[in-house]
Design a protein around this ligand. Sequence first.
Ligand code: ADP
Ligand code: ASP
Ligand code: MG
Length: 410
Amino acid sequence: MPIVVQKYGGTSVADPDRIKAVADRIAAGHAAGNQLVVVVSAMGDTTDELLDLASRVSVSPPQRELDMLLTAGERISMALLAMALSERGVPAVSYTGSQAGILTDSTHGEARITRITGERVRESLEEGKVVIVAGFQGVDPESKEITTLGRGGSDATAVALAAALGADSVEIYTDVEGVFTADPRIVADARKLDEVPYDEMLELSAGGAGVLMTRSVEFGRRFDVPINVRSSFSEDVGTWVREASMEQAIVSGIAHDRSEAKVTVNRVPDRPGVAAALFGPLARAGVNVDMIVQNVSHAGTTDISFTVPRANVDDAERIAKQVSDGIGAGSVDVDPDIAKVSVVGAGMKSQPGVAARMFETLAEAGINIEMISTSAIRISCVVRADQIEEAVRVLHDAFDPPVITEEPAP
Ligand code: ADP
Ligand code: ASP
Ligand code: MG
């Protein structure tokens, strides 16, 4: 019997009626003869509400306790879904990440899945049960502590489980009909893509397209598990994220990200070793630096700006100040009011002029570019946060409909 792994996101299990609708869909899949493993997220905005509760009792909650709290969200939805299935006469059992054998490293709040044992999942499947697994969580086998995988982590749970169980593909049910050319909440005429290659989806996700967590796409690519993103509210076939087919768009999508802040260290002495002195301690403190810009030096000093997740900005500021004092640099400024817009497309590898077109389009809209970074298939610009929606819209207008290159890029 084929194993099918499905994942339902927060909106798809937001209230009892939605849970019952999901149970109906699962019951149909079970009746069709599939072995079903279903990963669930916490109901609606539960994770945000739990984070808010934590912030009301503590300014800096211990990471371990935060994980104990947040994992409760997925336990609620998994148990309710198992109950709704029993009610329909479908045998079902729910497991926490730990019970399902999802082993992780020890990094609370952003743990990486290291291995999936999955014994109880397989046993229950053999008994003919639908297995519900709490998304976004695992256990560190050394310390026996419960961990979470980072925001959106249920996607990673689902793709990793599909790989571990040898499923042919994984179905990600969400509140939109697939992956679009831009966030459909911002660009009303964004188009649904039928297919997105793994490498483009990785860049879109890393650029802020929250429809799939970046790490889930990495798992999909590494273990060759095609990902079908689709709506739990309709029967639309959705989008397939998988190996590239023959045609490659020069630009396939626009992503945006409001989750970062910019840190600037002023008057950094322009001599060998200062960048290492700054970014070494940041890396050791686990601060994920995204974009970096170093200005032209004037009178032996230069300014260095970089972006970090807003969640880490206090750590980044503290470390930057320590380093600045140590190397004789000037003040450290933090700017939270920035956002990043990215243009992604594998075809741009073989097509010059995409960057120029992007910069012209932003300039015509009166949007100033503060930082730029590129990869082979992506160009990203940092702009003022209050101009990000306009930036996404004008770029979408400029690059859609897509131009297809005739040959896949080498
Ligand atoms: P879930 O709770 O199901 O995991 P998410 O909120 O994490 O859902 O992801 C779905 C949301 O991702 C959509 O509602 C949409 O606003 C947003 N999104 C951002 N970029 C895109 C894109 N390119 N295509 C589709 N959705 C996108
Ligand atoms: N509930 C978690 C979150 O809101 C995980 C997920 O939904 O994927 O981030
Ligand atoms: Mg999500």
